[in-house]
Design a binder for this molecule. Structure first.
Ligand code: NAP
Length: 217
C-alpha cells in the first residue's frame, strides 16, 4: 500500500513514516511543507511531496496521486493563533478530504482530538474551544464525505516509548498515549479493513496488542 502522510514532519508523522517504511509491505509519501524537511524522509526510502495545507486543493490532490490511502496528522499546534487553527486544523483537513476525492483515494485515516463532540466544545475553555470546533467540523466533513474513513481520537500525546498495547473504544477514560503507539494504531487501521467506517478513542493501557484491539472494535 502507498500511503500519503499529511503532517509527516510532525511527531506522530515521523513515527508513522518510519513504521510504514520498516513494514516491508508499504511505502510512505511524506507530505511536508518545506523542501529542507525532505532529506529525513529520503533517508528512510520514502517519497515526499512539498505542499502547504494553506494552498490549493489541487496541489494536495497532486500529492495524493497514485496513493492507496491518506492519513491526516497535521495540526497548527499550540503556539499559533486561532487563525492557523482555522486554516490548518479545519480548512487544511477539509481540503485534504476534498483532495482525496479529487485524486480518487478512498481510504482516509484522520488523527482527531480525544473528544470532538458538541458537548466537548461547550465544555472547553475559551482558548481551547476553537481547536475543538475545528476538529469537530473536520471529523463531521469526513463522516459525510463518502470515503472509507477511520477517525482516531487519541488521549494526551506523550513522547514515551510505545508499549504496543492500547485501550480503544467509542469512549474510554481520559488518559495519555505515546505518539509512537498512535502511529502503530494508524498503520493497524490501514491494515485492517474492519476499521473502515469506525471511530474510537485510544489511550495507553491494558495488555492487548494493538492489532487484536482493533479487530474487536
Ligand atoms: P506536531 O508534531 O505539531 O505535527 C504537526 C505537523 O503539521 C507538523 O509537521 C507541521 O509542519 C504540520 N503542519 C502545520 N501546518 C501545516 C501547513 N500549513 N501545511 C502542511 N503541514 C502543516 O503534532 P503531533 O504531536 O504529531 O500531533 C498530531 C496531531 O494530533 C495534532 O496536530 C493534534 O491535532 C492531534 N492531537 C494532539 C493531542 C495532544 O495531546 N497534543 C491529542 C490528540 C490529538 P512543520 O513540521 O513544518 O511545522
Amino acid at each position: 500500500m502507498k500511503i500519503l502522510v499529511v503532517g509527516a514532519n510532525g511527531q506522530i508523522g515521523k513515527h508513522l513514516v518510519k513504521l510504514i517504511q520498516d513494514s516491508g509491505n508499504h511505502m510512505a509519501r511524506a507530505m511536508i511543507r518545506k523542501q529542507e524537511q525532505a532529506a529525513y524522509f529520503k533517508e528512510l526510502g520514502a517519497e515526499n511531496a512539498v505542499v502547504n495545507l494553506e494552498g490549493e486543493i489541487a496541489d494536495i490532490a497532486k500529492a495524493a496521486d497514485g496513493v492507496d490511502a491518506i492519513v491526516f496528522t497535521a495540526g497548527s499546534g499550540p503556539h499559533t493563533g486561532k487563525d492557523k487553527t482555522l486554516m490548518v486544523d479545519l480548512d487544511g483537513a477539509v481540503k485534504t478530504i476534498e483532495a482525496a476525492k479529487m485524486a480518487g483515494v478512498d481510504r482516509f485515516v484522520m488523527v482527531s482530538s480525544f473528544d470532538t463532540r458538541r458537548e466537548a466544545i461547550q465544555a472547553a475553555s475559551s482558548s481551547f474551544a476553537p481547536y475543538v470546533v475545528a476538529k469537530h467540523y473536520a471529523d463531521e466533513w469526513l463522516r459525510r464525505a463518502n470515503l472509507d474513513y477511520t477517525i482516531v481520537h487519541p488521549g494526551a500525546l506523550t513522547n514515551e516509548a510505545g508499549t504496543g498495547c492500547v485501550e480503544a473504544a467509542s469512549e474510554v477514560e481520559r488518559g495519555e498515549i505515546p505518539r509512537e503507539d498512535v502511529a502503530r494504531v494508524i498503520l493497524g487501521c490501514l491494515e485492517d479493513s474492519s476499521t473502515i467506517g469506525k471511530e474510537f478513542q485510544i489511550v495507553s493501557g491494558g495488555t492487548t496488542p494493538i492489532k487484536e484491539v482493533l479487530k474487536k472494535l
